[in-house]
Structure formats: C-alpha cells, structure tokens
Design a protein around this ligand. Structure first.
Ligand code: T5A
Length: 214
C-alpha cells in the first residue's frame, strides 16, 4: 500500500486554516481519495483534554511556558501514533489544521525559546510523520484577530489564552512562519490569505494539485 500524503495548514490566528481545510478536503475527496481531517492541539481524547488546558486553563491554572511546549508536544505525539500514522499507512491522505510548525512559530519565535530546541522536541514527538507539504496561510495579524473576534462573539473581541497575547507576539509568530518558508521552499508554500476565501482556495488548490497531480 502506498503511504498517503500528509498536508499541514499553518499560519497566524484567523488565517482561515479551518475554512481552507474543508475546501481542500472536498476537492481531494472528489478525486476519490480517502482524506482524514485533524487538528492540533487535539484530535484524540487526550489531545482534546490538553487543548482545554492550553486554551482555557481547564486544569485551574495557566501552564508555564515550559509546560506549554511539552503539552503541545504530548498532544502531538498521541495524535501521530494513534491517528495520523495509521491513516497514512493505510493510504489515506491527512490534512491537519496546525502541526509541529505551530510550536516552532508560537513557542519558538513567539515565546522566544531556542528554535533548535523546539525542533528537537518536534522531531521526538512526530517521528516519521513529516508533512509532505505545509501551506502557510499568511495574514496580517490585526486582520486575523479581527476575523477571530467576529467569528466567536458577533464582533465583540473575547480571545482565548494564546489569542490574548500582545500584537508583537503575534507579529513574531507571523514573521517566524515566513522565515521557515524562506529556509525550506520545497516543503513550505506561502499563500496570501488576506484575499476572499474563494480566491485563497483556488490558489491553494493550484499549489496542491500541481505538486501531487502534475
Ligand atoms: N498553538 C497551537 C501553539 O501555540 N502551539 C502549537 O504547537 C499549536 C498546535 C490553537 C491555538 O494554539 C496555538 C495557536 C492557537 O492560538 P485554535 O482554536 O485551533 O487554537 O485556533 P487556530 O488554529 O488559530 O484557528 P483560528 O481560530 O485562528 O482560525 P482559522 O482556522 O485560521 O480560521 P477560520 O477558518 O476558523 O476562520 C476564522 C474566521 O474568519 C473567516 C471565517 O469565516 C471565520 O469566521 N474567514 C475569512 N474571512 C474573510 N476572508 C477570508 N479569506 C476568510 N477565511 C476565513
């Protein structure tokens, strides 16, 4: 059985990753492929519990920055072993809404942990589940946060723990993604996500189809 392809969607808050994941999956399924959607943090019972701790302090306290890194990695390790690798090995394609590059961007570039340390932890957590393609949906941080606010609370901003970080944190995250893309243009593709969703989807499909269905 040929291993399926693994595509990850990344980007700052409100870039439109979930919206684009749904549109991409429809197009892949229309080609007769089995496609699995997953998201991070989450995607397993343990990962969803960790998501609550990370976003909404459901353990009753906020994780310290070091715990935050390790909780993201723990959620990821579980998702990889219990869901992603079995799917890829049976030939399914996987579209994941955030993955290891989020930890590099948010905890590395955003929080300021050494990027090499984060990449070692990512490597330990993901093992052989290296994405075949990572689509970075690039959006201006102010526009992205405005989109999140509208979606969640009818225009009234009320953000989760990480969305509530200062604008300069989110700007470092955005610039971190763009730096990753410059270092490895083979795996990463940057898509301008500041346009209407259907234009972003068309660009994204052109990128995916020209790589995998030439
Ligand atoms: N995190 C995560 C880390 O710090 N480290 C890690 O290792 C990992 C894995 C996850 C949080 O955890 C952090 C990053 C995050 O802060 P989450 O709830 O999963 O949080 O949130 P995000 O992945 O950030 O998703 P967002 O809430 O930012 O949204 P999306 O998925 O990017 O965007 P989407 O599709 O939900 O769209 C948001 C709104 O914008 C509209 C949509 O209709 C929706 O209302 N929209 C557009 N509007 C105009 N034009 C477009 N092109 C639009 N596309 C979407």
């Amino acid at each position: 059985m040929t291993r399926g392809k693994f595509i990850t969607l990344e980007g700052p808050e409100g870039a439109g990753k979930s919206t684009q994941a749904a549109m991409l999956i429809s197009k892949l399924e229309a080609r007769g492929l089995e496609v699995l959607y997953s998201r991070e943090p989450g995607g397993t019972p343990m990962g969803e519990a960790v998501r609550g701790i990370l976003q909404y302090n459901t353990a009753g306290e906020a994780p310290c920055p070091e715990s935050e890194v390790l909780l993201f990695e723990a959620s990821r390790a579980q998702l990889v072993r219990h869901v992603l690798l079995p799917a890829l090995e049976r030939g399914a394609w996987v579209v994941c809404d955030r993955f290891a590059d989020s930890t590099t961007a948010y905890q590395g570039f955003g929080r300021g942990f050494p990027v090499e340390t984060i990449e070692q932890l990512n490597h330990f957590a993901i093992g052989p589940a290296v994405p075949d393609m990572t689509l970075i949906l690039d959006v201006n941080v102010t526009l992205g946060l405005q989109r999140c606010a509208k979606r969640q609370h009818g225009g009234k901003a009320q953000y989760d723990r990480i969305e509530s970080e200062a604008l300069d944190f989110h700007e470092r995250v955005r610039q971190g993604y763009l730096a990753l893309a410059r270092l490895n243009p083979t795996r990463y593709r940057v898509i301008d996500a500041m346009r209407p969703a259907d234009l972003v989807a068309a660009d994204l499909w052109q990128t995916v189809s020209s790589a995998f269905f030439p």
